[in-house]
Design a protein around this ligand. Structure first.
Ligand code: NAP
Ligand code: F7E
Length: 349
């Protein structure tokens, strides 16, 4: 029997790749999308199947993480083997502007799903998209034993979700796991996250469409990995014999400034300082300065290790954004993907 997966946040960066990966693995995939007055499913349009034809493998359902009844009904109707809970208001800076709705969606949304699983009495495995932001400024490298010190409404809500996931595992025996994922980026990353903001600006400047990019704290450091590899880790976490929590990271950290250096040089634009202006509006009331994940447990138990390194990630993203503007991309990024992922399961953007 084919397995059934339900993905919240299927139209997001991770959700779209995960849907593609699970379809490749032979799953029947169900995804929750929000209603909007325009279509917001661009990232999964290439996977869409007309529900009127036979043997459809992908099903989209309207829903919202604030709607308990809707979530319960979907879970009881679909009866998924696995739920990947990726839906969230995922922008740290924006969470300071809308703390209450962030906590409702990113915190209580998780509780609503766990309650629905518990009440359904179905043997559903649950994956929670936890985040390195939960560590705050606790000294790197951060691993599964590092205490949390959240520094944004987003991170506070994620700490609640982490804890409630573990609590439902211990109290009710639910196969519920946390993936504590460090930043992972790629060609479907939302345009307001710093990496994609930079690679899109590089392409636009190269094309003569823009002259400047406005940024906040470019000294912040992150452990940046390649999104598709992190998707595979999510699936692996749910295939273990026992439910557990894992840090997923590259083990390296680089500043936003270094990202700028590599991206502008790679595109042949020279020194990034000619193009960058600092704008106060992009600073956060409280910053997380330096995240470096220690992925040893994932290596030992999941045999998972990041293949794409920092410079390679930047090149992959710049190539993609240059291609989108019909510019001749340097092409090293495309070559890296071909070499490192001969069995690539995703559509190259
Ligand atoms: P993303 O691109 O922002 O996608 C989030 C998805 O959640 C979107 O599809 C969004 O729907 C959906 N969503 C938001 N509010 C919702 C609501 N009220 N009801 C239902 N769905 C809702 O985020 P991502 O980068 O793919 O990240 C996936 C998950 O991993 C998130 O939970 C994020 O917090 C977490 N995470 C991400 C990273 C990372 O580096 N990417 C690292 C650690 C953890 P729309 O498409 O309609 O906007
Ligand atoms: O910021 C700095 C900013 O918004 C990275 C989410 O997926 O990863 C992501 O959260 C750094 C921060 O990602 C700008 O201050 C400077 O230090 O790209 P970001 P994030 O906050 O790390 C974690 C793991 C998640 O869980 C989240 O869901 O870059 N920065 N200038 C800027 N950031 C943005 N967005 N825009 C700027 O102009």
């Amino acid at each position: 029997m084919e397995k059934k997966a339900l993905i919240t946040g299927i139209a997001g960066q991770d959700g779209s790749y995960l849907a593609e990966f699970l379809l490749y693995k032979g799953y029947q995939v169900h995804g929750i999308i929000r209603w909007d007055s325009i279509f917001t499913t661009e990232r999964i349009d290439h996977l869409y199947q007309d529900p009127h034809v036979n043997n459809v493998k992908l099903f989209l359902h309207y829903g919202d993480l604030s709607d308990t009844g809707n979530l319960e009904r979907l879970i009881n109707q679909i009866k998924p083997d696995e739920i990947y809970h990726l839906g969230a208001m995922s922008h740290v800076k924006v969470s300071f502007d809308m703390p209450e709705s962030t906590v409702n969606i990113d915190g209580l949304g998780t509780l609503r799903i766990l309650e629905a699983i518990k009440n359904s009495k179905l043997p559903i495995k649950f994956y929670m998209a936890s985040s390195s932001e939960m560590f705050g400024n606790n000294a790197p490298p951060q691993n599964e034993n590092t205490p949390f010190h959240p520094r944004s409404p987003y991170a506070c809500a994620k700490v609640f979700s982490f804890d409630i996931t573990r609590m439902y595992r211990e109290a009710y025996g639910i196969f519920a796991c946390n993936g504590i994922l460090f930043n992972h980026e790629g060609c479907r990353r939302g345009p307001t996250f710093v990496t994609r903001k930079i690679t899109m600006a590089v392409a636009k400047i190269k094309a003569g469409l823009e002259k400047k990019i406005y940024l906040g704290n470019i000294n912040a450091k992150r452990d940046w990995g390649f999104s598709q590899e992190y998707i595979e880790a999510m699936w692996q976490i749910l295939q273990q014999d026992q439910p557990d929590d894992f840090v997923i990271a590259t083990g390296e950290s680089h500043s936003v400034k270094e990202f700028l250096e590599v991206a502008f040089q790679y595109a042949g634009l020279g020194d990034f300082k000619q193009y960058v202006e600092i704008d106060d509006r992009y600073f956060r009331p409280a910053e997380v300065e330096n995240l470096i994940g220690d992925p040893l447990k994932a290596k030992n138990k999941l045999n998972w290790e990041a293949k794409i390194k920092f410079d390679e990630l930047v090149k992959i993203m710049v190539d993609s954004d240059m291609r989108r503007l019909n510019l001749a991309a340097p092409g090293e990024g495309d070559k890296i993907i071909k070499e490192k992922f001969p069995d690539k399961w995703w559509k190259v953007d």
